[in-house]
Each structure stands twice: as C-alpha cells, then as structure tokens.
Design a protein around this ligand. Structure first.
Ligand code: SF4
Length: 511
C-alpha cells in the first residue's frame, strides 16, 4: 500500500470572500466601490451617490482628487486582453472608479442639491450591504435600534479643518459629541482649499461639502491659531478631548547653496498664496524641483499665474514664459500620477528627469539666475529605499529667475509648547501614538491625518480622522463600537454582465 498523504482543507470564510473585493479593501474608508459602480450601470444614480457617501463625508471632493488606491487594486487591471486570434496583448486597465464617483456625486451630492436635502437622503438611506462600521448608515441604524448609544454631548476640540479634522468632526457629531474645529486660515478645509489648485478642486464644491458637515452640528472657527490666539493648555482644560489634525503644511528645504534669499519659495507656500489671492513675487522663468503631484500642482498653477499676469499687464513680459520641472526620478519612476505628467507636458511644462539640484545660482544683486544640477544615476536601492547615486561630472544648468521647492512637507508643532510637553515625540516633530487608537502619551489628546501617518493620500487622512473620532468616543463613554456582520447568500437569478463587457475599454477622463 502506498504512503498516505494527509491534506488540510480550509473552507474559505467570509473574510476570504471580503478580501477578494480588492477595491473595497484598498480604499482606506472601505467604500463599496463595486456597489456604486453596479448601481450606476443599472441607472440607479442617486443610490450610487448614497453608497459612495456612506463611509466618506468628503465623497464629492474625493470624486475629484482622490488618489484612488481602489483603482490601483482593481482586478479588472489583471484581466488579459487578447487579439482576434486569442493571443495575449496586454493586461487591461482598472475601472475608472474615481471618475464614476464624481459622476454619481454630480447627480446626488451637495454640488447639485441643498445641504438639508443631501443630509435627509443620507440619513434615510438603508444600504443592502454596509461596508463596515465606517458606514454612516450603519451607525445611524444601530443608534435607532438602540445598539449604539450616542455620547452625552461632550465638547471635543479639533485643531485643523483639513480632511482628517473634517472627517473626525463629522463622525463625532454623528456619535453624539459636540465638535469644535479650530482653523488658523481664514477659510476651512486646510490644504484642500489652499494646497489643491482650484482648476482641480473648485472652491464652491469644497464649501458645499463642508456645509453638509456643519449642518450636522459641527462648529468651525476660522482664523484662530492654536499656540497664538489660545493655547493647547486652554483646549485641554475647556474640552473633554482634543484631536490634533494640523497636517504637514511646512515646505521642506534642501539646504542648497543659494537657497536662502528672494524668489526661492516652498511649493505649498506658493499654492497657499495663490489660493488666498495674494500671489508671491515670481518671475517669468520658473524652476520647480520635485516629481510628485504637489510639484505638478505647483508647476501648473505657476503656468496659469504667469499667463494671467502677462495678459493683465499687456505684454509686460514679451516672449513665452517658461516653467521647468526637475525631478530626481526617471519618467517611469516619477511619483506623480501619469495623467498629471501627460497634462503637464501638454500644457508646456519643460520636464527634466534624472537630475538632482546642486546649487541655486545668484547674481551680484542676489537675484536668482539659475539652478545647477548633477545627473542622478539611481534613486532607490534594490530594497526600494531612497538612496540616490549621482554622477558629479555630468551637470546641467537651468536658467531661471524663481525656484519653487516641492520636495515634501513637514508638520509645525509649535502649538505643543504650551500644554503639550507631555506629548512624547518619537522623532522631532512627530508625536508618538498608539497605532490602534491614535492616542498620544497625553491623556485625552489624539492625533489624526499627516501627523499620525506622514504624508499620505487625502482619503488616508479621512480614514484616520474617523478612527480618531471612534477612539475619542470610546475614551469618553467607556463603550466600544462593535462591528456586527451578517452573512446572507442572496441568489440573483437575473444577474448578468453587460453585453461585450470584456471588450469595453477604459475611457480617458479629463481632470
Ligand atoms: S474614496 Fe478614493 S479610494 Fe475610496 S473608492 Fe473612492 S476613489 Fe476609491
């Protein structure tokens, strides 16, 4: 008799099947993207909006500018495309999940309906499938059934009204707390309003989405700087809990010779100044250093700014203005979205790939006259760590009169000086947090957004704001928000794909 072989058979459970829905797993707030895409395909447009809005208080904003990790995970992109003879041609491209969200929002969202109407629709909607405890509908239904007991209206201070602060405030209000948001800028929404150009994210849309959040009972106090107008110690005394969601807004420098002085600015400072209507002094030939989406936002904003100034002053600057963008990375390695790069090229941005800055050259009067670069042979090592290697002999010079540095941002934590000294930092500028709760080492003080996880996507900031809100609820009430999952197998006898589904190509969506 031959050897016996023992096999272990594992029956896939609910978790296995959930994780097959890779778009939903990849979305930091676990949006049921599959749900709203199918609802759109079936012509149920309002329902599509409500599914998208369920876990995401900034659904309309995300429809415009989300980094869409759901698309990066979309399984359609793994479907092989074959030619007429069945030969492999390429892998397909993901479903345009973000653009479809925008479509749904433009039918059911605050961009086309009054605030109260949006809130009523969201409150009354009972989704067939709730994504998980992130769902607003799940929370509201649980509260109606008595399974979720709202808090007793304790006041909670949130510092910063960017995506993390707004998401935290939204969920805290739903959980029966009284959030008050402190924003140092004259308008709410942080870098969404000040760091994303209006051609990508219209200001009116931001205002409408924020109005829905305010209508839930969230108070936003603009023009108040914590650390100047009042201290963190004041907030900790007057509020039951504090969430710090200040974001990483300070532009990083490179420490180059010539960097200090006129006409060298941080990229986000430029974006902020344009958004607030007080543009910085820039010349007619600008070098943007950086290869990410912010660098493209900066370069494309400058292009529009120079064009506007030129038109306004009736040919004050004869000849075309030039905007250069120089990145360490090759074209293939650039962190910016492909669409940004293509549109930047089309708009005339002069791209220089594979160059690292050595020096900002100034003339005898101190004016910028160019940037000297050296060739970058490699940016990352074999373990994908940032470890650039340069060829000092291969150099290039870009003539310019203004330099904008877009090589990352850092948080500014001066507000900790009064009332925050018990918040330990794991390295200067970065508070130590408990990853599961986002609690700091100071009782009742939580962190959300960039400060919690470094510079990530807008939707990551939304997710961390929601997480901090849940931690505050648990901290103040002593009650946990439990996830209740119901599994049901629903036969869909008439379910079928659209005709020619496999052959439908992704359509390029203009920004
Ligand atoms: S919020 Fe962003 S990641 Fe989530 S489903 Fe929408 S586009 Fe995708």
């Amino acid at each position: 008799m031959g050897n016996r072989v023992r096999l272990t058979v594992e029956v896939p459970g609910e978790r296995y099947h959930r994780e097959l829905i890779s778009c939903q797993v990849a979305c930091p707030v676990h949006t049921d993207a599959r749900g709203y895409v199918r609802a759109l395909a079936a012509g149920r447009f309002e329902e599509a909006y409500l599914i998208a809005r369920g876990p995401n208080p900034l659904a309309s904003i995300c429809g415009r500018v989300c980094g869409a990790p759901c698309e990066a995970a979309c399984r359609r992109a793994r479907v092989p495309r074959v030619d007429a003879d069945g030969r492999f041609v390429a892998e397909d491209r993901p479903i345009s999940i973000r653009a479809l969200k925008r479509f749904a929002c433009e039918i059911g969202g605050p961009e086309v309906r009054p605030t109260e109407e949006v809130l009523d629709a969201v409150r009354q909607y009972v989704p067939q499938v709730s994504a998980d405890a992130e769902e607003m509908a799940a929370l509201l239904r649980a509260s109606v059934k008595g399974a979720f007991q709202p808090a007793a209206g304790e006041p909670v201070a949130i510092v910063g009204s960017g995506p993390a602060g707004l998401a935290a405030a939204h969920d805290l209000a739903l959980m029966g707390l009284r959030p008050v948001v402190f924003e140092m800028e004259p308008i709410p929404a942080g870098m969404l309003a000040l760091g994303v150009p209006s051609y990508r994210l219209p200001r009116e849309l931001i205002a409408r989405e924020v109005a829905v959040i305010e209508a839930l009972g969230v108070e936003i106090r603009c023009g108040v700087t914590v650390g100047k107008d009042l201290t963190l110690a004041d907030l900790r005394q007057q509020y039951a809990a504090v969430i710090l969601a200040v974001g990483a807004k300070a532009s990083r420098g490179l420490g180059l010779p010539g960097e200090r002085g006129p006409r060298v600015y941080g990229g986000v400072d430029l974006l902020r100044s344009v958004a607030l209507g007080s543009p910085l002094d820039i010349g007619s030939e600008v070098a943007v250093i950086g290869g990410g989406n912010v660098a493209y936002d900066v370069a494309r904003t400058v292009l529009r700014q120079i064009a506007y100034d030129t038109a306004r002053t009736a040919a004050r600057l004869p000849g075309a203005a030039k905007v250069h963008l120089a990145s360490l990375e090759t074209l293939e390695e650039m962190p910016a979205d492909t669409l940004e790069i293509i549109e930047g090229d089309e708009e005339g941005i002069l791209r220089h790939n594979g160059w690292g800055p050595l020096e900002i050259e100034r003339d005898e009067t101190g004016g910028v006259r160019g940037v000297r670069f050296r060739k970058c042979l490699r940016v990352y090592d074999h373990e994908r760590r940032f470890a650039p290697v340069f060829d000092d002999q291969a150099q290039e010079r870009i003539p310019c009169d203004t330099v904008l540095l877009s090589v990352g941002q850092a948080p500014d934590l001066q507000l900790l000086e009064v009332g925050g000294l018990d918040i330990e930092q794991f390295r200067p500028g970065w508070p130590k947090i408990e990853p599961e709760t986002l609690a700091t080492t100071a009782k009742g003080v939580f962190i959300a957004g960039d400060l919690a996880h470094g510079a990530k996507l807008l939707i990551d900031a939304v997710a961390s704001g929601k997480k901090a809100a849940r931690s505050v609820y648990e901290h103040l009430t002593g009650r946990k928000i439990a996830i209740e999952a119901t599994t049901a197998h629903l036969p869909l006898p008439r379910y079928r794909r659209e005709l020619g589904y496999e052959a439908i190509r992704r359509v390029a969506v203009p920004v």
